[in-house]
Design a binder for this molecule. Structure first.
Ligand code: CP
Ligand code: NVA
Length: 303
């Protein structure tokens, strides 16, 4: 069992991360157990979702508990009432909170004021549950993560940051190829490099350089939720950063194609690439449920 909240991959030690992957694989193999009977997880979402909402709801269901979805219109955190009041009200009625927010500060404020555990279901800065599912997908396929190489092509965003931390902590070598102005900040790279676990992170400009020798080639959207106004500019700035068959031809022939979804075909990934036989995007999506089942069993069920 790790500490109370899961707001960032940095809340885990490499051993705890590895333990969660073992637990997730075990739960995936053995099916459900009523570990969280009588417990409720509130899902407080400021942004839309398919995978995250469904995977948290199903993870709670499979553990014998229930989830309570609270939509952006319902709660209006920070507008209808202060974040700290939302945290304290929910803490009186539910056993855990999963929050999808714009500012990362909002998740941290919820965690500060809640007396129940808070899980980050995506913020502008991090998507730790996605990173867990991603490394789980690779672990399942290869048995061990040490020495695997992921080429992440695109924006140095929330998904890239969590993946960078999780990669270093699990022995994966991550190469990020981003256009000028869209790199992961130096501070993030420094924090990632200081982590234990034996992996590494480097940033390059050229996607073709990044995919050389890659075990997996990873894409995320060019414009994240909340950046809709920048979408047109970003489409110009990210030209040449699409994962397409030409780029995959520069990677090893068995390199996996990864994407956290939702995907914008024709932008960050081509139809042919995402539908290729090497694509594991739906394994990643399914593994969200198994990874979060392990997180919830750990922080709410003492596993
Ligand atoms: N990958 C992911 O978090 O998907 P949703 O935004 O649909 O939850
Ligand atoms: N970077 C994307 C991930 C979506 C799951 C976003 O934040 O919108």
């Amino acid at each position: 069992m790790f500490g109370r909240d899961f707001t960032s991959v940095l809340d885990l030690s490499p051993d705890e991360l590895s333990g969660l992957l073992d637990l997730a694989l075990g739960m995936k193999r053995d099916g459900s157990s009523p570990l969280l009977a009588g417990q409720t997880l509130a899902l407080v979402f400021e942004k839309p979702s398919l995978r995250t909402r469904t995977s948290f709801e199903m993870a709670m269901y499979r553990l014998g508990g229930r989830a309570l979805y609270l939509s952006p219109m319902e709660v209006q955190m920070g507008a209808r009432e202060p974040v700290k009041d939302v945290a304290r009200v929910l803490s009186r009625m539910v056993q855990g909170i999963a929050a999808r927010t714009y500012g990362h500060d909002t998740v941290l404020e919820l965690a500060q004021y809640a007396s129940v555990p808070v899980v980050n279901a995506l913020s502008d800065d991090e998507h730790p549950c996605q990173a867990l599912a991603d490394v789980l997908t690779l672990r399942e396929r290869y048995g061990s993560l040490r020495g695997l190489r992921i080429a992440y092509i695109g924006d140095g965003n929330n998904v890239a940051r969590s993946l960078a931390y999780a990669s270093v902590m699990t022995g994966i070598d991550l190469v990020v190829a981003a256009p000028v102005g869209y790199e992961l900040p130096d501070e993030t790279i420094e924090v990632a490099r200081a982590l234990q676990g034996g992996g590494s992170v480097v940033q390059v400009r050229d996607p073709y350089e990044a995919v050389r020798g890659a075990t997996a080639v990873y894409a995320d959207v060019w414009a994240s939720m909340g950046q809709e106004d920048e979408a047109e500019q970003r489409a110009e700035d990210f030209a040449g950063y699409q994962i397409d068959m030409a780029l995959l031809a520069a990677a090893p022939p068995d390199a996996l194609v990864m994407h956290d979804l939702p995907a914008h075909r024709g932008e960050e990934i081509s139809e042919e690439a995402i539908e290729s036989p090497n694509s594991v995007v739906f394994e990643q999506a399914e593994n969200r449920m198994h990874a979060q089942q392990a997180v919830l069993a750990s922080i709410l069920g003492g596993r």
